[in-house]
Design a protein around this ligand. Structure first.
Ligand code: GUN
Ligand code: ZN
Length: 430
């Protein structure tokens, strides 16, 4: 006999993209709703009374006035940078050389990689993030470590071996051939095992020769079921550097496109300084731009024109970019996205922010049939948010006249204290 769990509380569900249709058509809020869980999946959603009547045999968990939603989906992170988050005073290339590369070199040690992966996943779960798409290091052991720890927690997770064959320290370089072969072995070992997926991961054009990008483009053609993640146009001097190293390319995107690294399932982190051709090609290809707002301010990269990119038809996702990003929290990340959009003259609706952090990121990762909202058949990765988790938030939420006004203070001021409960595949984590 299967066990049925019925969680009752406020619920928030997305049925469409709030950048394309009005919020009232994209999002549904129930002030007393529920989700029925069976075998790790969402079996039914709807008004609490209806669900209770239809499923009298279900075990009820009543979360009261808390808000039940899908867990957050962080579509760009570097778990190996957990211990160097919030490192002071550098811009991208100096930050990589000073803080990131020395730390990533430590992941040759499988025990260190396991310990960090476990700590990282516990921190993200505390923050309500139930799926991440992470870079690892060049060491295959760092990928094994991440997937072992994610699997232990029952998580849906995506990751890949970061590939670099130039402009990196000797102990952090692979070759075109070895990056292809190691990545292929990791795909065979991990892709589609339980809830895990593989992302082919050239770090970015400055640290890959054309030969390596070609080898990874070939690998992607052999394994189109995988995602492909990389960095694109994060800082203006990085754009110039990438073009100087790949002089045949028309622009930064073309350094990837010419080697078969543009397509559906491509995730381009940052993508702040794009030209018109790049915008058009990303939209045409059905690829995604991953907005990393706390990173873009922390490392001083620039202000993404999110609404402009959305208007071009580009799929956009949201991410922490831990540890270039300064937080593990997708709430904090939504707040930063709001503030950056304000600096560009646009006020993002709370529904748009929340969609980016859940369904939008899931869609970019081609996981929208599995996670990202509350709908029958999706996996039951859920969170209960306390919309009055601090005195400051509570007193503001208290004044709210509608649901969005009650949610917005938690988006702007919330942190892990707002995340009251987390379910992974229907099982509560604490
Ligand atoms: N560009 C290349 N590598 C990185 C990285 O690790 N973090 C960020 N933010 N940008 C990058
Ligand atoms: Zn990154």
């Amino acid at each position: 006999m299967t066990t049925k769990t019925l969680i009752l509380g406020q619920t928030l569900t997305f049925v469409d993209d709030p950048f394309k249709v009005p919020v009232a058509e994209a999002a549904m809020h129930e002030s007393r709703g529920g989700v029925l869980i069976e075998d790790g999946l969402i079996a039914a959603t709807g008004p609490a009374d209806d669900l209770q009547r239809a499923h009298p045999d279900a075990t009820v968990t009543d979360i009261g006035s808390r808000l039940l939603t899908a867990g957050f989906v962080d579509s760009h992170a570097h778990y190996p940078q957990t211990a160097i988050i919030a490192s002071w005073g550098k811009r991208l290339v100096d930050w990589l050389n000073t803080y990131t590369f020395p730390e990533e070199a430590r992941f040759r040690d499988a025990a260190y990689a396991r310990e960090t992966a476990g700590r990282y996943l516990d921190l993200t779960l505390m923050n309500g993030t139930t799926t991440v798409c992470s870079y690892c290091t060049i060491h295959p052991e760092s990928v094994d470590a991440f997937f072992i720890e994610a699997r232990k927690r029952g998580l849906r997770a995506v990751a890949g071996k970061t590939c670099m064959d130039q402009n990196a320290p000797d102990n952090l370089r692979d070759t075109a051939q070895s990056s292809h072969d190691d990545s292929k072995r990791l795909i065979e070992r991990w892709h589609d095992v339980d809830r895990l997926g593989y992302a082919i991961t050239p770090r970015f054009s400055p640290t890959s020769t054309p030969e390596q990008l070609e080898a990874l483009g070939t690998l992607w053609a052999e394994h189109p079921e995988c995602l492909m993640q990389t960095h694109l146009s994060e800082q203006t001097d990085e754009v110039a550097w990438a073009l100087s190293l790949h002089s045949d390319a028309r622009d930064y995107l073309d350094t990837y496109e010419m080697h078969g690294l543009l397509g559906k399932g491509a995730l381009y982190g940052h993508a702040i300084h794009l030209n018109e051709r790049e915008r058009v090609r990303i939209a045409e290809a059905g690829a995604s731009v991953v907005h990393c707002p706390t990173s873009n301010t922390f490392i001083g990269s620039g202000l993404l024109d999110l609404t402009g990119l959305a208007a071009c038809g580009i799929r956009i996702a949201l991410a922490t970019d831990t540890g270039g990003g300064s937080s593990f929290s997708m709430l904090r990340t939504m707040a930063a996205a709001y503030e950056i959009a304000q600096l560009r003259g646009a006020a993002l609706h709370p529904a748009q922010l929340y969609w980016l952090a859940t369904a939008g990121s899931a869609r970019a990762m081609r996981l929208d049939g599995k996670i990202g909202t509350l709908a029958p058949g999706l996996e039951a990765d859920l969170i209960a948010l306390d919309l009055a988790s601090t005195a400051a938030i509570a007193q503001r939420a208290n004044r709210a006249e509608d649901f969005w006004e009650a949610l917005f203070p938690t988006i702007m001021m919330g942190d892990d204290r707002a995340v009251a409960q987390v379910w992974v595949a229907g099982r509560t984590t604490r």
